[in-house]
Write a protein that binds this ligand. Structure first.
Ligand code: HEM
Length: 159
């Protein structure tokens, strides 16, 4: 990786980890699955008009918010504590999209509390589609951090 034509030092170890396995990637799988699952449930509600699916979507958006916030906290500690992560523009791009995602899903959840089935069409569905798109962008940018910038990857000199 280069910045202004000069090599960017790696300096990207993980600080929030279990036996040097970063916690953030362990947690992000949950909000990704829950938010995409909520969109699938909205689709099933649209197809069947069965209120069960609308209730599933409400719970999945809520569970995604809880796990996404925990993942976000772990990621934010990494971002602030590790200079090599803080210095990379890709880290801040990922942070901004992830916070936007959590804000959209918080609105999605609060909106659904007003009336679980009535909330789905059209606004709940719109927010789920927007949320799923933001999951894709945040996930891709997170992958860029790991697979291109090698954030949290490798022993960084230890064994
Ligand atoms: C809100 C603040 C967030 C910050 C500051 C943040 C920061 C980071 C950092 C530093 C990494 C590199 C791996 C590590 O050191 O742990 C990363 C990876 C990643 N992040 Fe985030 N993140 C945030 C939220 C999220 C959310 C909400 C999602 C998904 C819904 C997400 C998805 C990912 C993914 C998929 C990776 C790649 C993991 C891998 O392939 O191993 N992040 N993030």
């Amino acid at each position: 990786m280069e910045k202004f034509g000069l090599p960017l030092p790696l300096d990207t170890p993980t600080r929030v980890s279990v036996a040097r396995h970063p916690v953030h990637p362990m947690l992000v799988t949950f909000p990704i699955a829950f938010f995409l699952g909520a969109l699938a449930c909205d689709g099933a509600f649209l197809w069947t008009a069965d209120g069960f699916w609308a209730r599933c979507a409400l719970w999945l958006v809520g569970a995604g918010l809880v796990m996404g916030t925990l993942a976000g906290l772990a990621g934010t500690v990494e971002l602030l504590a590790v200079e090599g992560i803080r210095r990379r523009a890709a880290s801040w791009n990922h942070f901004v999209v992830a916070v936007l995602l959590l804000a959209v899903q918080a609105i999605n959840w609060l909106h659904r509390l007003q009336g679980v089935e009535e909330a789905v069409i059209p606004f709940g569905m719109f927010l789920s589609v927007l949320g799923a798109s933001l999951v894709a962008v945040a996930g891709w940018l997170g992958g860029k951090l790991v697979f291109e910038h090698q954030v949290g990857v490798g022993g960084h000199g230890k064994d």
